[in-house]
Design a protein around this ligand. Structure first.
Ligand code: SAM
Length: 279
C-alpha cells in the first residue's frame, strides 16, 4: 500500500509556533524532505527528533521528486518541510504535491505558520477579498508588467519581498498604483522585532531613504478604490488623466493607467486626454 505526503508548516520566527500535530507528524514520518537540511536539522534538534532527511529544493526537485514519489509509492510516509512557513507557498512543494496527486497518493496539509496569512490578519487592510502575488520578478521590466496588470485590482494585494529590493519595489508600486495608496509593511513577524508600519507608498519610500529596510517583509497593499459605474465617463477619464499627469506620470502612462482603472477603451481615454490638452 502507498504511503502519504504530509505538508508540515514550520515556525516563521518563533519556535513556539510549532504545533503538537506538526511535531507528531515529524516524529512519525518515515523520512523528512527538507528545503535545506541544515535549517531543518536545527529545528529537529530543538524538538529532540532524529529522522532521516532528504533534500528537496528548487534546483533538484525534478530528480528528487521522482525519488520521493517512489519511496511513498513503496509505502513510506514523507513529511515535507521548507525553511520556514508553509511548504508549497512560494517554497518548494508545489510540484511534489502535483506529482503525488497525479499518482493517486494522499496529500495531507497541516495548517500552521504562513507569512502571507499572518501579515494579512495583522495588516489592518480589508481581509474579505485578497490576492497573493508572491515575489515580484527581479527584472525591472517584468516587475513593472506584473504591477501594471494589477492597476485596477480591487482586492487587497499581498507580496513577499527581500529587504534589499524593497525601495525599488515601492517606487514601482507608487508609479503603478499612485503614491497615496495605503500599504502595511509587515516586518519580522512573530520575531523579537516584529513591526507593522501602516502608511502610504509615498511615505514608505521617504522613510526608507532615511533608514534602509532590514529583516523579512510582507507587503499588504490596499486594492484600487471601487469606481461607481456612473463615473466612468470620458469627463472622468479626462480628470483622471490630468490628475495622474500632475502626479508625475507621462501622458502615455496616464492614459494607459486610466483606461485600465476605469475599464474604458484606450481610444476613448485618448480622446478625453486631447480635450484636457486643448483646454
Ligand atoms: N512558505 C513561506 C510562508 O508562506 O510562510 C514563505 C517562504 S518565502 C521563500 C520567504 C518570504 O516570506 C520572505 O522573503 C518574506 O517575504 C516572507 N516571510 C517569511 N517569514 C517572515 C517573517 N517572519 N516576517 C515577515 N515576512 C516573512
Amino acid at each position: 500500500m502507498a504511503g502519504m505526503l504530509y505538508l508540515v508548516p514550520t515556525p516563521i520566527g518563533n519556535l513556539g509556533d510549532i504545533s503538537l500535530r506538526c511535531r507528531q507528524t515529524l516524529e512519525e514520518a518515515d523520512f523528512i524532505a527538507a528545503e535545506d537540511t541544515r535549517v531543518t536539522l536545527k529545528l529537529l534538534n530543538h524538538l529532540g527528533i532524529k529522522k532521516s532527511l532528504v533534500s528537496y529544493y528548487e534546483h533538484n526537485k525534478a530528480s528528487k521528486g521522482n525519488f520521493i514519489l517512489e519511496r511513498i509509492l513503496n509505502g513510506e510516509t514523507c513529511a515535507l518541510v521548507s525553511d520556514a512557513g508553509s511548504p508549497a507557498i512560494s517554497d518548494p512543494g508545489e510540484d511534489l504535491v502535483k506529482q503525488c496527486a497525479e499518482a493517486g497518493i494522499t496529500v495531507c496539509a497541516i495548517p500552521g505558520p504562513c507569512a502571507v496569512i499572518t501579515a494579512l490578519s495583522i495588516s489592518g487592510q480589508s481581509t474579505g477579498r485578497f490576492c497573493f502575488e508572491g515575489f515580484l520578478s527581479t527584472a525591472k521590466k517584468s516587475r513593472r508588467e506584473h504591477l501594471e496588470a494589477l492597476v485596477s485590482e480591487q482586492r487587497t494585494m499581498i507580496f513577499y519581498e527581500a529587504p534589499h529590493k524593497l525601495p525599488a519595489t515601492l517606487e514601482d508600486m507608487a508609479e503603478a498604483f499612485g503614491g497615496d495608496r495605503p500599504i502595511s509593511l509587515c516586518r519580522e513577524l512573530t520575531k523579537l522585532h516584529e513591526e507593522v508600519i501602516r502608511t502610504t507608498l509615498a511615505e514608505a519610500i521617504e522613510m526608507y531613504k532615511v533608514t534602509p529596510p532590514k529583516g523579512e517583509f510582507v507587503l499588504v497593499v490596499a486594492g484600487a478604490p471601487e469606481i461607481p459605474k456612473e463615473e466612468k465617463t470620458p469627463e472622468d477619464a479626462a480628470a483622471m488623466v490630468l490628475r495622474l499627469m500632475e502626479e508625475g506620470l507621462s501622458r502615455k502612462d496616464a492614459i494607459k493607467q486610466t483606461a485600465q482603472t476605469l475599464d474604458l477603451p484606450k481610444n476613448v481615454v485618448y480622446a478625453a486626454a486631447l480635450l484636457v490638452e486643448d483646454n
